[in-house]
Write a protein that binds this ligand. Structure first.
Ligand code: SF4
Ligand code: SF4
Length: 265
């Protein structure tokens, strides 16, 4: 097992998320592909930014270091799975209500990512490496609106992208999608971070704030988690066992790429 094989395993089209006949919310969604090809970035486990996350007010001292998950950790692999055009377009078109395509992306898409990452970690372990997927680990904890392993912040450290006003992470494939990561002692090659500022890729166009049905995003101060959470719970009550929103990630200039500097409303 080496880095290329690991990336190929995670990108394997045979493992790609699609909507099954059992899960489909509508007949025409059966077989819908949820994600485009993933993109990868890698950070050294001792990257000083991991330690700095502990003093970031939006993360907190409870955020664990890579070596806390597995002693001897050498690298962190962060992966972004961009939502396919059909998923993004449906949610951009639907009004306040999350599109069925987006709900599938949020729930069935995430289930598939978790299964792929659990399998990838198992493959690494069988090859003699340590490998932990923090989000699937028994020690993973959510506290309030933060957790002890924030996929978006880890992706930032690894070099996948920078934050937007909506607090999503804008990657070269946009903001609409899901993140996952694993910590390992296998040798990987760290990615060069192409940015310095936390919000470098955001053009502060304010469109995410305009599209937010919960008015959770202030064009000046950014996102307030409480109204977003309340709105997501409303969608859970209506669409249980699914939930989601993502209006701030679809129909915006950062939806599927880094927005051009002139993309202001
Ligand atoms: S919609 Fe505009 S302001 Fe909001 S995150 Fe994207 S680029 Fe930034
Ligand atoms: S997910 Fe929905 S409610 Fe939450 S900030 Fe984005 S648009 Fe607003």
């Amino acid at each position: 097992m080496n880095e290329d094989m690991l990336k190929e395993f995670i990108s394997d089209p045979a493992l790609a998320a699609t909507v099954s006949e059992t899960d489909a919310l509508r007949k025409d969604l059966v077989g819908m592909r949820i994600f485009d090809a993933p993109i990868f970035a890698i950070a050294a486990a001792d990257d000083p930014l991991f330690l700095r996350l502990k003093s970031d007010a939006s993360v907190g001292a409870h955020h664990l270091l890579p070596a806390d998950w597995t002693p001897g950790a050498r690298f962190v692999l962060s992966v972004f799975f961009p939502f396919a055009k059909r998923v993004r377009a449906a949610n951009a078109a639907a009004d306040r209500i999350p599109a069925a395509e987006w709900l599938h992306g949020r729930i069935e898409g995430q289930k598939c990512i978790s299964a792929v990452f659990a399998a990838a970690a198992e493959v690494l372990r069988r090859a003699g490496f340590s490998a932990v997927v923090p989000a699937l680990d028994a020690r993973f904890r959510s506290e309030g609106f933060t957790s002890n392993w924030s996929e978006r912040h880890v992706a930032f450290v690894c070099g996948l992208g920078t934050f937007g006003l909506s607090r999503g992470l804008i990657t070269e494939k946009g903001i609409a999608g899901r993140f996952a990561s694993l910590v390992t002692d296998m040798a990987l090659s760290p990615t060069r971070r192409e940015y310095e500022d936390l919000y470098e890729y955001c053009v502060f166009c304010g469109l995410c704030a305009k599209r937010c049905p919960a008015e959770a995003i202030d064009p000046e101060t950014g996102k307030a988690h409480a109204p977003c959470f309340t709105f997501l719970e409303e969608t859970r009550a209506r669409f249980s066992p699914r939930y989601g929103c993502g209006k701030c990630q679809a129909g915006v200039p950062c939806e599927c790429g880094i927005p051009a500097r002139g993309a202001r409303s």
